[in-house]
Design a protein around this ligand. Structure first.
Ligand code: UGA
Length: 429
């Protein structure tokens, strides 16, 4: 099977590499010539565990190629996946201009029947628009099927999520592309849902919004636990072990960030509004997320009183563990607020330092996580990197001006930290 993937971001590149790994011939396209040049030299533009090896191995085996030419990819493939960005608009809507322009480009080069698969996160009814656009811009009468095949991978676990998915969703307008889509996903051995394109598109926004809702639920509980002297970790575990609820995505903390949840929530609220439904529940999910950050900053100012000239160490800059992605990172938002109040920052992240340097020029970047606390009035854990459970906190405490620890991800054991002499604050415990 020859497959084209247009767009080499997280979704496109990981999908292309995993498809090549199971034996397909894949051409990845991107309009960014520099990115393609790096990829042709076996260098992945993003940090994602396992991805470098996959790219190198499959490129060497001749199953994975990179090009800037959509024409080459369209002409040489039976199935064309679209995985281009769908960034947010200022009003919360979705900018579909990349999708539209890819649809026109595909139309310009079609020379026979193709299956065009949309993998980007898009508003409901986009597949219909893509099909209309390709047909309108084609030189000859066009024979295509447009399929919606949303992606559920998490950054930091993207290869694992793609190779062992919980489910595969295939939205179609007719039966014709179903057999080919089933064949493509046969090696991945996961339950497969075949539905209409509109439902498939809604599944993606519904799933991401529900996961964000779970996190906000845990964060709301954390406020109640603090007031009631209870432990949110025990409460969410006690709830989550009910199989109807599940323990995942109930970790209270600094709130959710990244390039998906904040954007997809706003988009789903907007889409619902356009469809005549006021999704108040999701507006509250957003509100709780914003409140969670405010409550955390308040905790810091309450303990330190004046932040001006206070030195604060921050562990974690990425929006979550296992990634160098800092887009809409709660940690960066926190850093900016602390800087605005006049604090000076010593910061560290296992993978995101290079990207963060550009946006936080005022901070001191510390290469060793064990040395971040040196001379600090407080230390904050802002990202859930497992590495931060292995910092030498006894030594860190000895080097601090005042031993105050704010654990924004509930990574550490409160009893142990208190026994080391810390004044320890976490979230909902
Ligand atoms: C999310 C979804 O989990 C994926 O299924 C989806 O495919 C992806 O968006 C997407 O739409 O492309 P991702 O944004 O990579 O994946 O990261 P998550 O692991 O979902 O974490 C998102 C945010 O929620 C992070 O800031 C994380 O720290 C936070 N989070 C997560 C919590 O605060 N508590 C939790 O219990 C879990």
């Amino acid at each position: 099977m020859n497959i084209a993937i247009i767009g080499t971001g997280y979704v496109g590149l990981v999908t292309g590499a995993c498809f090549a790994e199971v034996g397909y011939h894949v051409i990845c396209v991107d309009c960014d010539a520099r990115k393609i040049e790096h990829l042709q030299h076996g260098e992945s533009p993003i940090y994602e565990p396992g991805l470098d090896d996959l790219v190198k191995r499959n490129a060497q085996a001749g199953r994975l190629r990179f090009t800037t030419s959509t024409q080459e990819a369209v002409e040489q493939s039976e199935v064309i996946f679209i995985a281009v960005p769908t960034p947010p608009l200022p009003d919360g809507g979705v900018d579909l201009s990349y999708i539209e322009s890819v649809a026109r480009e595909i139309a310009a080069h079609l020379d026979g029947y193709r299956i065009v698969v949309d993998k980007s996160t898009v508003p409901v009814r986009t597949a219909e628009k893509v099909a209309e656009t390709i047909k309108r811009y084609g030189r000859n009468p066009i024979d295509i099927d447009v399929v919606s095949n949303p992606e559920f991978l998490r950054e930091g676990f993207a290869v694992e999520d793609l190779m062992k998915p919980d489910r595969i969703v295939i939205g179609v307008g007719s039966d014709r592309p179903v057999a080919a889509m089933k064949a493509i996903y046969a090696p991945f051995d996961a339950p497969l849902i075949v539905t209409d394109t509109n439902s498939a598109e809604l599944i993606k926004h519904a799933a991401n919004s529900f996961l964000a809702l779970k996190i906000s639920y845990a964060n709301a509980l954390s406020a109640i636990c603090e007031a009631a002297h209870a432990d949110v970790k025990a409460v969410t575990q006690g709830m989550g072990l009910d199989r109807r609820i599940g323990t995942q995505f109930l970790n209270a903390g600094l709130g959710f960030g990244g390039s998906c949840f904040p954007k997809d929530l706003s988009a789903f609220i907007k889409i619902s509004e356009q469809l005549g439904y006021d999704f108040r529940l999701l507006k509250e999910v957003q509100q709780i997320n914003a409140d969670q950050m405010r409550r955390f900053v308040k905790k810091i100012t309450h303990a330190l009183w004046v932040l001006k000239e206070k030195r604060i160490g921050v562990l974690g800059l990425a929006f979550k563990q296992n990634t160098d992605d800092i887009r809409t990172s709660p940690s960066l938002e926190l850093c900016r607020q602390l800087l605005r109040e006049g604090a000076t920052l010593r910061v560290h992240d296992p993978k995101a330092m290079e990207k963060a340097r550009v946006v936080l020029p005022e901070a001191t970047f510390v290469e060793d996580a064990n040395l971040v606390a040196e001379g600090c009035d407080a230390l904050v854990i802002a990202t859930e990197w497992p590495e931060f459970t292995r910092v030498d906190y006894a030594q860190a405490r000895r080097t601090m001006r005042t031993p105050i620890l704010f654990d924004g991800r509930n990574l550490l054991d409160p009893v142990e930290m208190k026994s080391l002499g810390f004044i320890y604050h976490s979230v909902g415990r």
